[in-house]
Structure formats: C-alpha cells, structure tokens
Design a protein around this ligand. Structure first.
Ligand code: ZN
Length: 407
C-alpha cells in the first residue's frame, strides 16, 4: 500500500504528458492520482486506487473531468506597476511598437511607475497576477525583472518574486532582465557596465536565469554577448529575447552561449533554427505578444520542425504587449493563426516549457516523483483546451498537492 495525503479520483481522462506507446500525451482513461508532501506517489486507473493507496488527507472528486499537469509558462514579466491601455489603442490603430518607445513612453513609462512603487505595492500587484495564473491552470512560471533598470529597483523586483511563494502556491523561476532596455539618462556603455559589474554579481542569489533583449530598440549583439557572457561565467543560466521585431543575431548568440531558451523568434532564419536545435536551445514562442504588435510575422515553424527545435508556447504577460495571464489563449492563437497543432501547443505549454526551466520530469508532467501540480478541465479531451478560445475551462487547480483557492 502507498500512503498519500491527497488524491484526485475519478478523472475521465488523466493526461500525464509522458509519451506512452503511440500516444504522445500519455493518457490514462478513468485515472486517479495520489500525492504525498506535494509529490506524485501513485498514478493509475481509478479502479485500483482504493486497493493500492491509503489516504490520510483530502481528496478531489474529478467527476469525470479531464486532468492535466499544471501548465508551465516559460516567459512572463509579472512585476510592474501602471498600465498602458492608451498605447494599446494607438497600436491597434496602426502606430508601430518601436515608435512608442520614446522618452516617457513604452517600457520607460512602466519603469517610472515601477520605480515609484514600494516593495509592498509591487507585491500586491504581482500577487493578483499570480492568482490569475493559478485560476487559468498555470502552476509554474518563469518570471522576469526588467522594469527597475538600476541596482536598487531590479533588486526590489527580484525581492518581490522571492516573497510571492509564501503567499500563493505558484512555482516561480526568477530571471534577471536588466538587459530589457537602456534607462533614460544613462549612456549605453555606462548602463551595460552597471549590469555586468554591479547587478549580475549582486543578484546571483536572487535570480536563476539572466535574459537580454537583443534587438534594435534594446541591446546590440556586442552588448548582449557582454552581459550574457558574464552572466554565464557567474553561474546564471541564459535566455534571450531574439528576432521579435526584425532579423538579427539574437538566435545565434543564444545557440552559441548554450542558452536554455531563445524567445519570440518571428524573424529567425532556417540556419538559426538549425543552430538552436544543435545547441538544445528551446524556442519559446509568444503568440499573444505577436498579435498585439501590428505587422508581426509568423515564426518559421516549418524550419523549427525540420531542424528538430523543441518549441514552447508562453503567455509573455507584460504591460506593453501581451497583457494576459492566460496561457491557454496563447495556445489557441498559436493553433488558429500560426498552424501549430493542438498536440504541439499542449507539449509546448508543459513538457517543453518545463525543460526550458530545468524542470523536466518535475513540472509539466504527471508521473512518480513529479510535483503534484495539475488542473481539472471541463473538457472531454485535451485537444479541446486550445479549441475553446478565450474561455477558461479550468474547474480546479491543484498546486503542491493541495486544491488552490485564492487567498
Ligand atoms: Zn518578454
């Protein structure tokens, strides 16, 4: 007998995301799952549960609904103050995103609002976003700083990320994104020096990843290499915002430095796709951001598939473009407008996203020893999740072996 402190029983379909036989999603019909201390200790047919598991704790009756691993969102910017709805209105009327990055607007406007907020205000705002992630079935996120852009305010954002797990059971993988933009009032070289010499050494205990936006309005290839090279030497793992608005060297740099992910990639080339595949760098695609930037291009999915690049799909929650904690709407958009298959987006929002965060086998799948993070959906089969557009079909979210309810 296996001892458990939590079970989910009577799942019409339990989707493990661990490929079995010819089923890439590893489905168990009429399944059940048992957990102890936040980890899965038993998984199998519901009919075997009572004979094989002794329960000392709560149970969730799925009543025939579909159980999936908690979604893993591999690209988010959840620590910021202020809103930019007026810029959204301008952009949908045709104003290019790049034209909105002038003084006092765009990222810099969010930086000003974020600098003006204290730790507790920022924490309160981020916590509301965390609750929205959980309500949409997401149980793990990668979370970037990047709206502080100086030592003090980047530290403040990273401290907020560190305090959140005590308030809500969302797993957060913190990323230092000092390389988001050059703040107004500083020479480029002076800012890059501050990132490399002051911030990177100071944030080693606060962030696991370092990210740079390598693109015309942000950082040059040389600056990107300087920041990421130093980050790598200090033990950070790497991510790169690359080739979102136009072609550039970002994807190559990601491959060269062995980055865990290269993100956006709308303008990446087939040659860059091959380099990413060889490096094992995961392509994190952000359709919601793409569709809120007029004139965006579809990423070269055929080249990714042909080269064997693993693809993840992320929300890219941020105040400038993708203002959404719903990963499922990104999944829908990736299918509808880009022609990704429902299986590609399901794998992209679970297994591949987890791999890009170094959590393969623990998050984004349900198997012995994985986190007991899952969500119950009002659907009959997992392919229906991207098929329902902008409708939250989540009935319950389980995080760390407990049914979540907003605090
Ligand atoms: Zn981003």
């Amino acid at each position: 007998m296996t001892g458990a402190d939590f079970v989910v029983r009577r799942a019409g379909l339990l989707v493990t995301m661990v490929p079995r036989g010819d089923d890439p999603l590893g489905r168990i019909r009429n399944g059940a799952l048992a957990a102890r201390a936040g980890r899965v200790v038993w998984i199998g047919p519901d009919a075997d549960l009572e004979r094989q598991v002794t329960l000392d704790g709560d149970s969730l009756d799925a009543q025939g609904a579909c159980l999936l691993p908690g979604l893993v969102d591999a690209h988010t910017h959840p620590v910021f103050a202020g809103a930019r709805a007026d810029e959204f209105a301008e952009r949908v009327s045709g104003v290019p995103y790049e034209n909105q990055q002038s003084e006092g607007r765009g990222i810099m406007r969010t930086v000003a609002a974020t600098r003006a907020a204290d730790d507790d205000e920022l924490l309160g705002l981020a916590l509301r976003r965390v609750n929205r992630f959980l309500s949409h079935g997401t149980t793990t996120i990668e979370a970037k700083s990047g709206y502080g852009l100086d030592l003090e305010n980047e530290a403040k954002s990273l401290r907020v990320l560190r305090r959140l797990p005590a308030l809500a059971p969302l797993r957060i993988v913190p990323t230092f994104l000092g390389g988001h933009a050059v703040p107004t009032g500083l020479e480029r070289s002076e800012y890059v020096r501050a990132v490399v010499e002051e911030m990177l050494p100071a944030f080693r205990g606060l962030a696991r990843y370092c990210d740079v936006w390598c693109e015309k309005p942000a950082f040059t290839p040389g600056e990107t290499r300087a920041i990421l090279g130093r980050a790598k030497a200090l033990g950070y793992r790497l991510r790169v915002h690359a080739a979102q608005l136009g072609p550039g060297e970002g994807p190559q740099i990601a491959a060269e430095l062995g980055a865990a992910s290269a993100d956006h990639l709308e303008y990446s080339s087939p040659e860059q796709a091959r380099a990413l595949a060889r490096a094992g760098t995961i392509a994190v695609l952000c359709p919601t951001a793409s569709f809120t930037v007029p004139g965006s291009r579809r990423p070269p999915l055929e080249a990714f598939r042909e080269a064997g690049v693993r693809m993840a799909v992320a929300s890219d929650l941020n105040p400038g473009t993708a203002n959404s904690e719903s990963l499922t709407i990104s999944m829908s958009l990736a299918c509808i407008a880009w022609g990704m298959s429902p299986h590609e987006v399901l794998i992209g929002a679970t297994m591949n996203a987890a791999r890009s965060l170094g959590l393969e086998g623990s998050a984004g799948c349900l198997q012995m020893g994985s986190f007991a993070d899952c969500a119950l959906y009002d659907v009959e089969m997992p392919e229906e999740i991207p098929y329902y557009v902008g409708v939250n079909r989540v009935l319950a979210t389980v995080a760390g072996g407990r049914v979540w309810a907003p605090a």
